[in-house]
Design a binder for this molecule. Structure first.
Ligand code: ADP
Ligand code: MG
Length: 626
């Protein structure tokens, strides 16, 4: 603790206790071993900048503020001898009540979250303290005491003083301050007086706060230290990769590097600076600073919307970044901005830009595109399902696994390029996972012909199909339904498998009908099966399988329609089944099992474990025979 002779004491002060969580947080920070203590300055400057931004915003509609003419800026001075730093801003200021609220009693949830997160996080966690909404307290990493004097922009408000010595309590009292804004005085800990040094302060500003949109003056000479230009307003060739990554981190506090960034500066049809990022992961991290989708929108360098959702179509909502336009009217009301049609124009340019970049990426860096697809493919599929007029624009970006190329991602163009002449459509199969779908009886015929089939195994795929009926000249067709004949392999390449004679096959079909009764609509033969004994298909006129899935996912009350069981007349199991005594118990068991196995591969079996006793009986019979 500082020696008491220089510790200010407050007359007429009133003492308040910090909230429990804040106390704990302060305790950790005061005794912290965090190396990056310099970030305290970034946090205080960020608050000063916020305060200035809020004032500028206020000035758009309200001229009745204290000192309307005062320069909007930040001053820093240091007193080497006394080990003190003073930061002054001409921002919005705080009233007495606001100081009590903002600097002591609220943001407990942020303190709690920081404490929880800091426990499990190695390294200099103080780096990210700002994202928890408790950045101010980081000053206690370096301070013996902190004094805040503030005067609100409201002309009739009185100046007030906030003072804290440590983790337990703070005091509030009246103050003399003629000008609008906030002064923060910091008495540094004895071993940290290195910060009471202009040179050091300038270094920290250039490192962490260069982009702050208001001049920061340092020292007696009052030299402006920060360049003040946001990097999105800087020509591309003057921005380093490191700066791009830095901005992304400042913006999102995502620990993961962005997958990709795109920096756009245009003059026509609209003036705009944009810096857009594709995050590394689709999930927003627990610590993410971005609490919502949307881009940060500035107009003439003034933040007018923290989360603007009007700048990109919904299916690109995973994109992070900043848009800044000189052409936007400086108006607080979103409706007015909308009405100018400017937003529509911005959106058009931005969407075009993102799609163009994605196209280039897919052509030039397949690996990165694949990483992108794996994280964000679902968004694009959703776009196909819901964006109506735009769906076709998204088609080229879709990627699929197929039965012939199950390990790699193919585009629809790849598929079409590989199609043999004469193939009429693009075939797909829907299933629950990429492995089991390959065993589906619906694939039999296509596998046998060597025909390529898209494997759609994610819930979103069924939705996507609502907006994807046709690509170029080719209709998309479900193999479970498709009746087209694909050019058959030449006769001589066909494996000769003998079919069960028609009359016998009819008898077998009757047996199936008898045993399955109401469970199926019909039983019939199919020429579409080769490896599988049987499959289930929908009767004519029922809802197509992809829509059935959509209903299922939406939790709509909806009975799966009864199916037709199709049998493979060449399958050895059926031949053997025919050889069994027509009244035998074993024949009944096998028929039931064939049906239920077909239900299982369709993902329709209500209770698979129910099959176990029957399977045991069948095994028993097979063993008994030997
Ligand atoms: P955050 O900036 O995330 O809100 P902080 O702990 O950094 O959290 O700051 C807490 C609050 O204190 C701010 O939201 C703001 O209301 C107030 N505040 C801090 N510094 C200033 C300042 N220089 N001028 C006006 N208000 C300030
Ligand atoms: Mg802050």
């Amino acid at each position: 603790m500082a020696d008491s002779s220089e510790t200010p004491t407050l007359e007429n002060g009133q003492s308040f206790s910090f909230k429990a969580e804040t106390k704990q947080l302060l305790n950790i920070l005061i005794h912290s071993l965090y190396k990056d203590k310099e970030v305290f300055l970034r946090e205080l400057l960020s608050n000063a900048s916020d305060a200035l931004n809020r004032l500028r915003f206020e000035l758009l509609t309200n001229q009745a503020v204290l000192d309307p003419e005062a320069e909007m800026c930040i001053h820093i001075s240091v007193d080497k001898e006394a080990g003190k730093i003073t930061i002054r801003d001409t921002g919005i200021g705080m009233t007495r009540e606001e100081m009590i609220e903002n600097l002591g009693t609220i943001a407990q949830s942020g303190a709690r979250k920081f404490l929880d997160a800091a426990k499990d996080q190695k390294g200099d966690f103080a780096q990210v303290i700002g994202q928890f909404g408790v950045g101010f307290y980081s000053v206690f990493m370096v301070a013996d005491w902190v004094k805040v004097t503030s005067r609100s922009f409201q002309p009739e408000a009185e100046a007030a003083l906030w003072f804290a010595l440590g983790e337990d309590n703070f005091q509030i009292g009246p103050a003399q301050k003629a000008e609008r804004g906030t002064i923060i005085e910091i008495k540094l800990k004895d071993d940290l007086t290195e910060f009471a040094n202009e040179f050091r302060i300038k270094e920290i500003i250039r490192k962490h706060s260069d982009y702050i949109g208001f001049p920061i003056y340092v020292g007696d000479e009052q030299e402006q230290v920060n360049k003040q230009t946001a990097i999105w307003r800087t020509a591309r060739q003057n921005v380093t990769e490191e700066q791009y990554k830095d901005l992304y981190r400042q913006l999102t506090l995502d620990f993961e590097e962005p997958l990709f960034h795109s920096h756009l500066i245009t003059d026509a049809p609209v003036q705009m600076y944009a810096l857009l990022y594709i995050p590394g992961k689709s999930e927003r991290g627990v610590f993410s600073l971005r609490k919502d989708d949307g881009l940060k929108l500035y107009s003439k360098n003034i933040l007018i919307d923290e989360y603007s959702k009007d700048l990109l179509p919904e299916y690109l909502r995973f994109i992070q970044g900043v848009v800044d336009s000189e052409d936007l009217p400086l108006n607080v009301s979103r409706e007015t901005i909308q009405a100018t049609g400017m937003m529509t124009r911005l959106k058009k340019v931005l969407t075009g830009q993102v799609l163009k970049e994605l196209e280039t990426l897919s052509k030039n860096d397949a690996e990165k595109y694949q990483a992108f697809w794996q994280e964000f493919g679902g968004f694009l599929k959703q776009g196909v399902a819901t964006s109506q007029s735009e769906t076709e624009k998204i088609y080229p970006f879709l990627r699929f696994k197929t039965n012939l190329h199950p390990e790699t991602w193919s585009s629809l163009d790849d598929y079409v390029g590989r199609m043999p002449t004469g193939q009429k459509g693009i075939y797909f199969i829907i299933g629950d996972d990429p492995k089991s779908v390959l065993r589906s009886p619906h694939l039999d015929y296509f596998q046998a012909q060597g025909t390529e089939v898209l494997l759609l195994t994610e819930p979103i795929d069924s939705f996507m199909l609502m907006g994807l009926h046709k690509f170029k000249d080719f209709e998309l067709k479900n193999v479970a339904q498709s009746d087209d004949t694909i050019p058959e392999k030449p006769e001589n390449e066909k494996e000769e498998t003998e079919k069960i004679p028609a009359a016998d096959f009819d008898t077998l079909i009757e047996r199936f009908k008898q045993i399955l009764g109401e469970d199926v609509v019909d039983v019939r033969g199919s020429s579409r099966l080769s490896q599988s004994v049987a499959r289930l298909v929908d009767p004519e006129g029922s809802l197509n399988p992809e829509m059935q899935r959509v209903y299922k996912y939406l939790g709509k009350d909806f009975e799966v329609s009864k199916k037709i069981l199709e049998l493979n007349p060449s399958h050895p199991i059926l031949k053997n089944l025919l050889a069994l005594d027509s009244q035998s118990e074993l024949q009944r068991l096998v028929i039931e099992q064939i049906y239920e196995s077909a239900l299982l591969v369709e993902g329709l079996h209500p209770d698979p474990s129910r099959m176990v006793p029957r399977v045991q009986e069948i095994i028993q019979a097979a063993l008994g025979k030997n």
